[in-house]
Design a protein around this ligand. Sequence first.
Ligand SMILES: *[C@@H]1O[C@H](CO)[C@@H](O)[C@H](O)[C@H]1NC(C)=O
Ligand SMILES: *[C@@H]1O[C@H](CO)[C@@H](O)[C@H](O)[C@H]1NC(C)=O
Ligand SMILES: *[C@@H]1O[C@H](CO)[C@@H](O)[C@H](O)[C@H]1NC(C)=O
Ligand SMILES: *[C@@H]1O[C@H](CO)[C@@H](O)[C@H](O)[C@H]1NC(C)=O
Ligand SMILES: *[C@@H]1O[C@H](CO)[C@@H](O)[C@H](O)[C@H]1NC(C)=O
Ligand SMILES: *[C@@H]1O[C@H](CO)[C@@H](O)[C@H](O)[C@H]1NC(C)=O
Ligand SMILES: *[C@@H]1O[C@H](CO)[C@@H](O)[C@H](O)[C@H]1NC(C)=O
Ligand SMILES: *[C@@H]1O[C@H](CO)[C@@H](O)[C@H](O)[C@H]1NC(C)=O
Ligand SMILES: *[C@@H]1O[C@H](CO)[C@@H](O)[C@H](O)[C@H]1NC(C)=O
Ligand SMILES: *[C@@H]1O[C@H](CO)[C@@H](O)[C@H](O)[C@H]1NC(C)=O
Length: 304
Amino acid sequence: MMNVRALIISLLLCECCVVMGWLPDDPQSADSSDLMARSAWAQQLSLSLLPAYSLAPDPPVDPNICLQLLHEFANNSADLSNCLASMAWPVRVCQHCYREYAQLITTMEKIGNPIQNSSTISCATTLLRSDRVHVIVALKDFFDDVWTDSKCSSCLDSNNTSVLNSTAEFMKSFDDLIQCFNVTKGSAFPNQHANFSKVCQLCKTSYKKLNEQYTELEHNNSLCIDIEDAMNSTRSLWSGLFNCTLPCTDTVPVIAVSAFILFLPVVFYLSSFLHSEQKKRKLIIAKRLKTSNASLTHILDKSN
Ligand SMILES: *[C@@H]1O[C@H](CO)[C@@H](O)[C@H](O)[C@H]1NC(C)=O
Ligand SMILES: *[C@@H]1O[C@H](CO)[C@@H](O)[C@H](O)[C@H]1NC(C)=O
Ligand SMILES: *[C@@H]1O[C@H](CO)[C@@H](O)[C@H](O)[C@H]1NC(C)=O
Ligand SMILES: *[C@@H]1O[C@H](CO)[C@@H](O)[C@H](O)[C@H]1NC(C)=O
Ligand SMILES: *[C@@H]1O[C@H](CO)[C@@H](O)[C@H](O)[C@H]1NC(C)=O
Ligand SMILES: *[C@@H]1O[C@H](CO)[C@@H](O)[C@H](O)[C@H]1NC(C)=O
Ligand SMILES: *[C@@H]1O[C@H](CO)[C@@H](O)[C@H](O)[C@H]1NC(C)=O
Ligand SMILES: *[C@@H]1O[C@H](CO)[C@@H](O)[C@H](O)[C@H]1NC(C)=O
Ligand SMILES: *[C@@H]1O[C@H](CO)[C@@H](O)[C@H](O)[C@H]1NC(C)=O
Ligand SMILES: *[C@@H]1O[C@H](CO)[C@@H](O)[C@H](O)[C@H]1NC(C)=O
């Protein structure tokens, strides 16, 4: 016990020395390379001091390990930014950037893990919490936000290591439909008042198929930004640019539901009428039972 206390006190003293040795120096007057050397030395010192707080004595941490991880993180975030920005329009973020995102997450985990086997210290202390802005944490949070807002995990398998088949199938149908648009609109495209009725006729089945797939994915909670955006732009093209409408198959359920709702009052009155009839009958039976009961008890009383 005494040993530990002595250790802590000596550590505190040592830290005071570092601080005192630092502060009186005017940064303007100091040679900048000397300043850098001192700050590196101070960081190394504080890094090597930290494991001493746990009771097991650890060998001093090599700051190069943390610098290497920092470079790795910088590399990963550059790769991920590059991918996100290039895939932003038309949106293909989830399908093309999941490897970069997974790489960044892996590096972030490495930063959080202990450097050495028996050690409890990780590079997180130096890299994540030593400055006021927390640059690395802010970057990581930004990427996380983009990823969650895009709902990318809905389009990836449970390990986040590959695109779901349903997503790939939807994108295939989408490409087919765009191909159909492209072929049938032909040279009419530059003309804003072109007659697009051919597009509506020929691409109708592909469009319906895509809509059905979208509805199914929606029910399965498998929508990510890639799919949502593809569907949105398709709908804009279909009803906006081409001015197409889907055939009237949608009106059949509408009519059925309306008819059902219109008949509801009739059903209500009919059922309440039948119900009251039944009640009346029950009442009569109950009355009869009562009278017969009464006569029965009367008879029993008499026989006693
Ligand atoms: C960063 O990535 C590039 C290739 O993308 C590679 O050449 C370089 O060595 C990487 N740097 C680090 C520190 O991993
Ligand atoms: C870490 O510990 C494992 C067993 O727990 C051991 O096999 C391995 O050699 C150790 N590695 C280092 C670098 O000490
Ligand atoms: C996820 O990873 C684990 C372990 O690597 C593996 O056993 C499992 O099959 C993977 N699941 C999928 C859907 O790839
Ligand atoms: C996959 O990514 C999602 C969202 O980023 C995360 O919640 C989930 O834990 C990840 N799954 C695995 C196995 O890493
Ligand atoms: C996804 O598609 C690949 C190739 O098309 C196939 O090998 C795999 O079995 C499919 N996975 C599922 C879950 O259907
Ligand atoms: C659309 O068709 C034109 C030729 O009519 C072709 O040059 C272009 O690559 C096609 N675009 C797509 C996205 O298929
Ligand atoms: C568009 O073309 C079709 C034949 O391809 C024709 O029946 C239709 O009347 C045309 N519509 C307009 C608005 O010109
Ligand atoms: C949706 O989920 C159901 C049941 O889990 C499954 O049978 C179906 O294949 C899924 N559809 C798609 C497009 O993933
Ligand atoms: C669909 O696209 C329009 C513009 O084209 C946009 O304003 C709207 O937010 C998009 N909706 C979704 C759900 O992406
Ligand atoms: C779209 O079609 C309807 C009739 O189907 C027509 O009244 C309307 O003017 C058209 N709009 C455009 C922008 O072509």
